[in-house]
Design a protein around this ligand. Sequence first.
Ligand SMILES: [Zn+2]
Length: 276
Amino acid sequence: MNTPPQGTYEVTVVKYGTRVARRNEVFLNYWLYSEDNDEIRMDYFVWLIRSSSRTILVDTGYNLAVGARRARTTLLGPLEAIDALGTPTCSIDTVIITHGHYDHIGNLRGLPATQVVMSASEYDFWTSSMARRTQFAHATEAEELQHLTEVFASGRMTFFSGSLQLAPGIRLVEVGGHTPGQTMVLVDTSEGTTLLTSDAVHYYEEFERDRPFSTVTDVVGMYSAFDVIHRMIDKGDVQHLIVGHDPEVLNRFRRVDHPTVPAARVGCVRTVGEIA
Ligand SMILES: [Zn+2]
């Protein structure tokens, strides 16, 4: 495969929801750190990857009715927000599903013609009987997991294991930990390579202070995912780290000027002619 051209993609982080939690709800065995149990905000994002020829959505956010039942504050439906930012959802050619939790697959039905890519182990787990056990099922919606099987049956699903070069400049890396097939996305932009960790890392603090998240199927796998990311950064393979649920994300990147949709961007879309 040819070396991916730099500067091909623009990554837009779209915040569509939020809630306030306590620190012992988000960090695993928080008592170990002997710190106050303060409030901590959790934001909900989807991530849009665009070039002059591709429009790829990373995850679909939670379903609005599900978000309301779970007492999340929705700013705007994720697909509406993307549309408001100038990307009609009919132009999305591929959806990457990083994992099967409700806040990542809840609007897949709103993209009925789109190709879907996810790791085989993630699909296998969430369509198995083990997924119905309480410790796993609480972060999912049965109807949404059922829909994954419908996507598969329709022929729109592509599975991968380990890693996948989805397109020049876009690579998926399966790390597990948070869920059995939790996937991260590496994107080459005009400002360097951006790593979308999704929920391999929810908060920068999780990664920087080595504190696993409370919802986890494999703690060793979660720590190992942190190690994978450290190695990527140390080797210079990653210049920008975008984590899954931290409000700080929108402070670390260039804000998009929009009256109703909070968003931030890395990179810029270039025309095909500009890519040497
Ligand atoms: Zn999540």
